[in-house]
Design a protein around this ligand. Structure first.
Ligand SMILES: *[C@@H]1O[C@H](CO)[C@@H](O)[C@H](O)[C@H]1NC(C)=O
Ligand SMILES: *[C@@H]1O[C@H](CO)[C@@H](O)[C@H](O)[C@H]1NC(C)=O
Ligand SMILES: *[C@@H]1O[C@H](CO)[C@@H](O)[C@H](O)[C@H]1NC(C)=O
Ligand SMILES: *[C@@H]1O[C@H](CO)[C@@H](O)[C@H](O)[C@H]1NC(C)=O
Ligand SMILES: *[C@@H]1O[C@H](CO)[C@@H](O)[C@H](O)[C@H]1NC(C)=O
Length: 417
């Protein structure tokens, strides 16, 4: 068993405790894969599962409901972890470390209207993804979700950072490996999903009909691909199709048609999702995590806007409309098209419909509690999400979807079991 930690922060006492706690799990877990291979469905009688009643493998028991429609309710127990119990939080998201004074924002839990959202169970999550691989494709908000997942899994297993085995940038293309579960999770940075150039200049070139190879060349053998994109599309961009300029967003050139960010966003998703549908050899389950709203108030992000709120909006306080709704809608339309095409090939597409629930969490962002804010007087961050924080809910939802679809996932992934 490997208990690895990049920062070497594990106290010997802790290490011993983890070994002692993990040992019985490890023994049990060794037995599980065999039964999995024999019975690819969990509902068939199986001694191992039946005897482990605390691990709810009976998928028919989980009532299917629209978990995305609901509200944030007070929850006194608070978060699953904090900045001391999880040492995998990066400074960009470590709001506590950088002086966020309030804790009330941690004491809310998402309550779907029609059912309960099950608590995250790290061991069960790892059982479900045993021997599999998961890729978060998108921008740094996708990475934000992966970092949340690492912290949620932290009580059950320590990952090894294997980024350096791949000749890629270890920040933007980070790879973690859970040796005890043979589970790999990676983040593939691709803020536009399509090919781009001059990303950091004032006018980015976007090749809307060409998927970005930094992810499209990587995901073929992945079992779970979680795709997302958002804020970068609001920047000025020149749109290319078939190698020609077809228009732009905010380029302010009289000879170029202004097409708005919706055009680029739609085409980028169409290209990305089509690439997945048509990818030879791909057998994975594709998740779309919908647009994550920012919450700048009083001014724009680069003109002193900030996010000071300390609690969620109630449903009636925050309407799901305007550009956030329109952006989300574009993405959902493209997703539906791809899901239909994907079905013909036996591919599964699942939506993590998180936009509206996050719209009601203006309190979940780092604001000015981030590394370097005082030092460099940078802008407030009302785009990313604090860890711990409401973004942990995305992984509860991911866990829920993995569990409810488990049976069909397993049969659709039979080649991998
Ligand atoms: C699963 O749960 C359903 C509903 O509670 C029950 O009818 C069924 O017998 C259970 N199946 C197994 C294998 O335990
Ligand atoms: C996503 O969730 C919101 C909130 O419940 C709902 O209004 C919307 O219809 C859902 N979208 C889809 C495509 O299911
Ligand atoms: C965690 O946050 C507290 C403030 O709540 C801070 O004093 C401490 O240094 C932080 N620890 C780490 C490891 O980030
Ligand atoms: C680990 O998982 C990969 C797939 O992600 C599989 O190819 C490999 O055979 C597995 N290794 C072991 C030792 O089970
Ligand atoms: C549009 O005008 C800009 C200068 O304003 C020029 O650089 C660009 O090449 C022109 N584009 C086309 C498609 O003619």
């Amino acid at each position: 068993m490997k208990l690895l930690n990049g920062k070497g922060k594990y106290a010997p006492g802790n290490l011993l405790k983890s070994v002692v706690i993990l040992l019985p799990f490890t023994l049990l877990i060794i037995m599980l894969p065999f039964s999995l291979t024999i019975n690819s469905s969990f509902s068939s009688p199986n001694k191992v599962y039946v005897s482990r009643s605390s691990y709810d493998f009976n998928v028919t028991e989980i009532k299917r409901c629209n978990v995305f429609s609901g509200e944030w309710l007070p929850y006194s127990k608070g978060a699953y972890y904090d900045n001391e119990t999880c040492d995998l939080i990066i400074d960009q998201q470590n709001c506590m470390k950088f002086g966020r004074p309030d804790r009330e924002f941690l004491k809310w839990r998402w309550k779907p209207d029609e059912c309960e959202l099950p608590l995250f169970d790290a061991t069960l999550f790892l059982e479900i993804v045993r021997g599999k691989s998961m890729a978060f494709v998108g921008d740094s908000v996708g990475r934000n979700q992966m970092n949340s997942l690492l912290c949620l899994l932290n009580p059950a297993a320590r990952p090894e950072d294997i980024s350096s085995r791949y000749a890629t940038d270890p920040i933007y293309f980070r790879r973690w490996f859970y040796a005890d579960y043979n589970f790999t999770v990676v983040t593939l940075w691709s803020p536009f999903l399509v090919r781009s150039s001059d990303v950091h200049s004032s006018l980015t070139n976007l090749y809307l009909d060409k998927a970005d190879e930094s992810w499209s060349g990587e995901v073929k053998n992945f079992d779970f691909v979680i795709i997302s994109a958002g804020q970068w599309f609001f920047r000025p961009a020149l749109f290319y199709e078939k190698g020609q300029v077809v228009g732009c967003h905010k380029c302010e050139q009289s000879n170029t048609t202004e097409l708005s960010h919706y055009y680029g966003y739609r085409k980028a998703f169409r290209t990305a999702l089509r690439t997945i549908v048509n990818m030879k050899g791909y057998k994975g389950v594709t998740f779309l995590r919908t647009f994550s709203p920012a919450h700048f108030e009083n001014a724009e992000w680069n003109k002193g806007g900030s996010c000071e709120r300390r609690k969620p909006y109630r449903k009636e306080e925050m309407k799901f409309d305007g550009y956030i709704f329109e952006t989300y809608k574009v993405q959902v339309e493209e997703f539906r098209g791809a899901r239909k095409e994907g079905r013909k090939r036996g591919l599964k597409f699942v939506m993590l419909n998180t936009t509206e629930m996050m719209l009601r969490r203006p309190d979940g962002h780092p604001n000015n509690h981030v590394w370097g804010h005082e030092l460099k007087n940078t802008h407030s961050d009302c785009v990313h999400w604090c860890l711990p924080g409401p973004i942990d809910t995305w992984n509860e939802l991911l866990f829920y979807k993995l569990k409810t679809h488990h049976k069909s996932f397993i049969s659709s992934l039979q080649g991998f079991v």
